[in-house]
Ligand binder design. Structure first.
Ligand code: NOJ
Ligand code: CA
Length: 726
């Protein structure tokens, strides 16, 4: 490991004389192009601004937090309707104003590290850092704001040292601002404390408010956040072509941040997810906030190439990572999502009681997919085509009433349905060299899940399941907590840490959107936390969805998007489902490259892969772990084209996904080794392909290529291409 650490500590203690000098500080990125200016304003409030080559990226923005004031015997109630204006903030409870600057430490750091899995095998973590200690005289409290400036952006966080006047505290709101320098374009989803499963809207900042309500479809599990809140990662583009991405890194023991847009001041402000009482965080010093991140790109590709989010997380905490393996899988899943088959064993809810059902008296619905014979067919298919694993959903008792708990039929994660023979399946899969992926739908009964966790993970170890897909559908139990609150964020991490003790990999659906924690806990091999392929069976994702996700959801970590659908007409699987997958078949192949994940599913039914064996070959070939990644075209809403080199060979793979209207790509293969000849197999939209009218039209052709080759490739509307270069 290459590691250079330089520390230039500039400890200057505040005195009346030095106060003025110290209240303004500048930090420059390692390449000198980004500059962050820190200063206290007239009220002694910390502020910062960010410039690229002297041009403003983020205008002067305030920092600080507002605490909840503990009153004798009771606490104030929380007002969830408005942000408090700075002037009305309780002077005793604020960590906003009246600060003086104490010690300022400047350091720099340069290290190259090797992720257990990733988009590349080596990641450089190179930044300059400034830690500003602030003293608040009126309350005799200290905080520290730490800034890290990379060549590709700025991160900052609050640190709360242990001290007499700040031990336990409750956050009323964090007031971190991001002042916009114009009416930028934004790709956003509405603020919501419980779900990110929305379609993205592209609008000007000034249009967010008017477009917000329409974007929220009321649903029991959807809880809109504050008045003009959007979620992160938020992708922005200025009129002069600068790409700015706002998100957070290392969200641990803290609530998830939304961004509330104030049109008058053209400023985003942090808006944390509250708990059931409306409080936004219970902290005990010494502690810190997550990093607030601003990635800055001169091109869209710069945003996708940024490793800031990972770099801001702590190094791997798991010593022996040999059991953590990138995985390509199939599963008993799409057939339930489309409605062809069912998770539940019976439709008669009243006849079942968890662990005590007499199945001789129960009428099966005849559509239960997770039965031993059917699962064995999937195992055979996986073995025949070289997949690592098979996921099976609906294997355990409780699905009769899994959503809503009318009978409180929550899961115990160890009781299989009578037609699912755990031991026989374990043996069969082991013989065939196929691993099993466990499924734990918690129905958001988080406490219930925690109670069963040890037993459930031990059951997995005993029965050959090295990975689990967990899920949090519905409102959180205990009631009132939110999917993105501090309480649930702690729950997700607890599961990851506990799973590591059992050498189990976790792919959580409906959990909080990731913030790079997979660096520290690489057994966190996937998450959903956005609209995935399942929505293609619920009416369809927007055509441009997969060109936006790399700029938004994927900034925090990999997504279990579950691509690979070859039959776009859902009624062919389930006559009453009239949904159409909004993609061409060629683009479904491309997603294995463009939607980076160490966990990739081939989501369609085996019978549909058997209809298109030549296209299926790409899914069989494509690796799930990479040496290098190059971002060749990157414009949200329009096109994402990525080339990646396999971690274990010299082969390259290229994928391109495009939005409505199609796209022409002039592809240079200059990334290939000079002087070497490769064979490229190109999987491309047919001339008459179109996501709506002719999604299954594709052509596959081969060509000898070198680093000098240029390819002109046309992608259809909602189309794309995939190339293997061996
Ligand atoms: C929602 C998940 O996203 C989906 O993949 C899963 O099949 C269902 N919940 C059932 O757990
Ligand atoms: Ca979901």
């Amino acid at each position: 490991m290459k590691r250079v650490l330089t520390i230039v500590t500039l400890i200057l203690h505040s005195s009346l004389f030095t106060l003025h000098v110290l209240s303004a500080q500048t930090l420059q990125s390692p390449d000198g192009r980004l500059a962050m200016h820190f200063a206290l304003n007239g009220e002694g409030r910390p502020t910062y601004r960010l410039e690229l080559d002297g041009r403003a990226v983020i205008g002067t923005s305030g920092l600080g937090l507002e605490l909840k004031r503990e009153q004798a015997g009771r606490q104030e109630t929380f007002d969830n309707t408005q942000h408090t204006e700075a002037s009305t903030i309780d002077q005793k409870a604020d960590l906003m104003t009246g600060f003086t600057v104490g010690a300022v430490d400047k350091t720099s750091f340069d290290e190259t590290w090797q992720p257990v899995w990733g988009e590349e095998s080596e990641i450089r973590n190179h930044y300059t850092e400034m830690a500003v200690r602030l003293h608040q005289t009126k309350n005799d409290r200290d905080i520290l704001i730490r800034f890290r400036l990379f060549n590709d952006g700025l991160a900052l966080r609050y640190e709360f040292p242990d001290q007499r006047n700040l031990t336990y505290f409750v956050i009323r709101e964090e007031h971190t601002e991001f002042a916009m320098t114009g009416d930028h374009w934004a790709w956003w989803i509405p603020g919501d404390y419980d779900t990110q499963e929305y379609a993205y809207t592209k609008s000007r900042l000034s249009e967010i408010r008017s477009k917000l309500p329409a974007a929220i479809t009321p649903n029991a599990s959807q809880t809109p956040a504050g008045p003009t809140c959007v979620q992160t990662a938020l992708q922005l583009k200025t009129d002069d072509g600068l790409y700015i991405n706002l998100h957070e890194a290392a969200c641990i023991d803290y609530a998830t941040m939304h961004l509330d847009y104030n049109e008058r001041t053209r400023t985003f402000e942090s808006w944390l997810t509250p708990d059931c009482r409306g409080d936004k965080g219970y902290l005990q010093t010494p502690c810190q906030s997550p990093w607030r991140t601003i990635i800055v790109g001169r091109t869209g590709a710069d945003i996708l190439a940024s490793r800031m989010t990972l770099n801001l997380n702590e190094p791997c905490r798991i010593e022996d990572t040999s059991w953590i393996r990138p995985t390509k899988y199939i599963g008993v899943w799409w057939e339930m999502i489309t409605g062809r088959s069912q998770w539940a064993y019976t439709n008669d809810v009243t006849s079942v009681k968890l662990g005590q059902t007499d199945y001789n008296k129960v009428k099966p619905n005849g559509k239960h997919a997770a039965n031993t014979a059917h699962v064995k067919e999937y195992i055979d298919f996986a073995a025949q085509h070289g997949f690592d694993a098979v996921l099976v959903e609906g294997w355990n008792e409780g699905w009769e009433d899994w959503f809503g708990h009318q009978k409180d039929l929550v899961f115990d994660f160890v009781t299989p349905y009578p037609d699912f023979d755990v031991k026989a399946i374990h043996q069969y899969a082991a013989q065939k060299g196929v691993k099993m992926i466990m499924h734990h739908e918690t129905s958001s009964s988080a406490r219930n899940y925690e109670r069963h966790l040890d037993q459930a993970y031990q059951f997995m170890v005993d029965n050959g399941y090295p990975a689990v897909k967990s899920g949090y559908v519905g409102d959180i139990v205990p009631r009132g907590e939110h999917h993105y609150g501090q309480w649930m964020n702690n729950h997700y991490l607890y599961c990851i840490q506990k799973a590591a003790q059992y050498r189990i990999m976790v792919n959580a659906h409906e959990a909080v959107r990731p913030t790079g924690l997979c660096r520290t806990y690489p057994n966190m091999i996937g998450n959903e936390s956005a609209r995935g392929t399942e929505y293609e069976a619920f009416g369809g994702n927007t055509v441009e969805h997969t060109t936006i996700l790399p700029f938004t959801r994927l900034i925090g970590g990999p997504m279990d998007y579950t691509p690979g659908i070859f039959e776009m007409d859902c009624s062919k699987l389930s006559p009453t489902n009239d949904s159409k997958v909004r993609s061409t078949l060629a683009r479904q192949l491309a997603l294995y490259v463009t939607m980076y994940s160490p966990l990739q599913m081939a989501a369609d039914l085996p019978e549909n892969y058997e209809r298109f064996p030549d296209a299926f070959q790409f899914i069989k070939d494509v690796p799930v772990d990479w040496q290098r990644s190059l971002y060749l075209e990157a414009e949200p809403g329009e096109v994402v084209t990525i080339a990646r080199q396999d971690k274990h060979s010299r082969d390259w793979y290229v994928g391109s996904t495009v939005g409505q209207g199609g796209h022409d790509t002039a592809l240079s293969l200059s990334f290939l080794e000079p002087g070497r000849t490769y064979e490229a197999t190109i999987y491309q939209d047919g001339k008459d392909a179109d996501w709506e009218k002719n999604p299954q039209s594709y052509v596959i052709w081969k060509k000898k290529v070198t680093a000098k080759t240029r390819l002109k490739l046309h992608s259809a509307s909602g189309g794309g291409f995939a190339i293997s270069i061996k």
